[in-house]
Design a protein around this ligand. Structure first.
Ligand SMILES: Nc1ccn([C@H]2C[C@H](O)[C@@H](COP(=O)(O)OP(=O)(O)OP(=O)(O)O)O2)c(=O)n1
Length: 178
């Protein structure tokens, strides 16, 4: 089950969903629109290694926007810091971004109960496209979780992406033991 606009509002009032900054006008029928933060990042190396710590370089999107190029993975970040304490948040694209050929996540749209942070976006594009800080980039939807949660993401000792980051965060796959 996905939370409706009224249920999202109730959860915000209770504090079990936090979205900051928040504006009522971005609440859809059953979703909340999130916006592109001003920082992007790209990996320093062209060839990435899943066992290594692949470093990134951050840069700011200028006022005139930034043209994404196909064939490069860009990491972006939502302007919104979120906390979700009792539901499973999902980051989805928007039809309007999809129609520009922009993907905002690569394979991972699911969040965890207890996740507290901005969302890192794994951005790629089908053809060159100019993007702007502050543009609507995606939407959050909230699923009801069935059963009790034993370990909330923000209480997990080895959670890789919890915190309060204003810039995109690179893959921490290197912390996995494999
Ligand atoms: N595009 C996305 C998808 C998810 N997340 C956040 C919300 C999730 O709660 C958190 C962790 O996501 P995963 O569980 O998919 O990631 P990992 O399994 O790689 O990390 P961990 O070991 O920390 O669970 O990352 C994000 O910032 N951007």
């Amino acid at each position: 089950m996905i939370l409706s606009d009224k249920r999202i509002l109730e959860e915000i009032e209770k504090g079990t969903i936090v979205i900051s900054p928040y504006d009522r006008k971005y609440l859809g029928t059953n979703s909340y629109d999130v916006h592109l933060g001003k920082y992007l990042a790209t990996y320093k190396d062209r060839v990435l290694d899943a066992k290594s710590h692949n470093e990134i370089e951050h840069f700011e999107i200028p006022a005139e926007g930034f043209v994404l190029q196909p064939g490069t993975l860009y990491l972006g970040v939502t302007e919104e810091y979120t906390e979700t304490h009792a539901h499973v948040p999902f980051l989805e694209g928007k039809s309007s971004t999809g129609r520009l050929g922009i993907d905002i996540h690569a394979t991972a749209g699911k969040g965890d109960v207890g996740f507290c942070n901005t969302w890192t976006l794994e951005i790629s594009c089908a053809q060159p496209v100019r993007i702007y800080a502050g543009m609507p980039i995606g939407q959050l939807i909230y699923f009801v979780v069935e059963g009790d949660v034993e370990t909330f993401y923000n209480k997990k000792g080895n959670a890789k992406y919890n915190g309060r980051t204003v810039k995109p965060v690179e893959s921490m796959m290197w912390k996995n033991q494999f």
